[in-house]
Design a protein around this ligand. Structure first.
Ligand SMILES: NC(=O)C1=CN([C@@H]2O[C@H](COP(=O)(O)OP(=O)(O)OC[C@H]3O[C@@H](n4cnc5c(N)ncnc54)[C@H](O)[C@@H]3O)[C@@H](O)[C@H]2O)[C@H](O)CC1
Ligand SMILES: [K+]
Length: 220
């Protein structure tokens, strides 16, 4: 049974690896995004060789969880997916690693890097197969969930509800609105949770409730 790490223990391991110079925060973020895409394609292999380009709606929050989301957006667009990111907050206020991945995504030809207010379910009804990526909050989250974030998740739910057979929901690290170190008070609608290095206390109860939880190796 792999050990469970608290968010503080996870941060300490990340900080120690970065302080030792064995890896940068940005490299960890790239590995995280790569692990999320690999988990998506392993979970739904049909998305790896789609008849038509799948869609991805990436909800990016104000921190490094959002930064992971921008890596996922870039990697899926590289695979020919129709991708849009929606940022909750201001780009200039992102932490350095997330700002770097946001800029790398925005620099992609045709990248749709939008503010959260632009998110509209009707923009996505024409896409039969897709993934909503929850990159709003990860281990840095402290309840309660801001209303603007809850609204984004509600709109994402409308997109999935319009095509229940074709759209999936993926949470990066933790379904947003849940704290990392305590059992979840509710089980969110989510088809896949991809966490990093080791599970946190929130993850075993999510799996026990039937959610798919994958732990991606980010080389720590
Ligand atoms: N290089 C790295 O550190 C890596 C991190 N990974 C990913 O980063 C997140 C953790 O990122 P962090 O910036 O610490 O926090 P979050 O993105 O989870 O949260 C963003 C930000 O939101 C603020 N906040 C927290 N709670 C609330 C609230 N209730 N209302 C409003 N705002 C809130 C708080 O200031 C946070 O800073 C981790 O989960 C990974 O996804 C990489 O995976 C590996 C490298
Ligand atoms: K998340």
């Amino acid at each position: 049974m792999a050990e469970i790490l608290t968010s503080a223990q996870m941060r300490a391991i990340e900080q120690a690896a970065m302080a030792a110079g064995t890896v940068s925060g940005l490299a960890l973020m790239e590995r995280a995004g790569t692990g999320v895409v690999a988990a998506i394609l392993e979970t739904w292999p049909a998305l790896a060789t789609p008849a038509e380009p799948p869609c991805a709606v990436v909800l990016c929050g104000p921190g490094n969880n959002g930064g992971d989301g921008f890596v996922v957006a870039r990697l899926l667009a590289d695979r020919g997916w129709r991708v849009a990111t929606y940022l909750l907050g201001r780009p200039e206020r992102l932490p350095p690693d997330a700002r770097a991945t946001a800029e790398a995504w925005s620099a992609q030809p045709g990248a749709r890097a939008l503010p959260s207010e632009a998110l509209a379910a009707e923009d996505w009804t024409g896409c039969r197969a897709g993934v909503v990526i929850d990159a709003l909050y990860g281990i840095g989250f402290r309840p309660p969930l801001p209303a603007a974030a809850a609204q984004m998740l509600a709109i994402a739910g409308q997109i999935v509800a319009a095509h229940p057979e074709g759209w999936r929901r993926v949470a990066i690290d933790i379904p947003s609105g849940l704290a990392a170190d305590t059992p979840p008070p509710v089980i969110p609608a989510c088809d896949l949770v991809v966490t990093f290095h080791r599970e946190k206390p929130v993850h075993p109860p999510l799996r026990a409730a039937g959610l798919a939880v994958v732990t991606a190796d980010i080389g720590l």
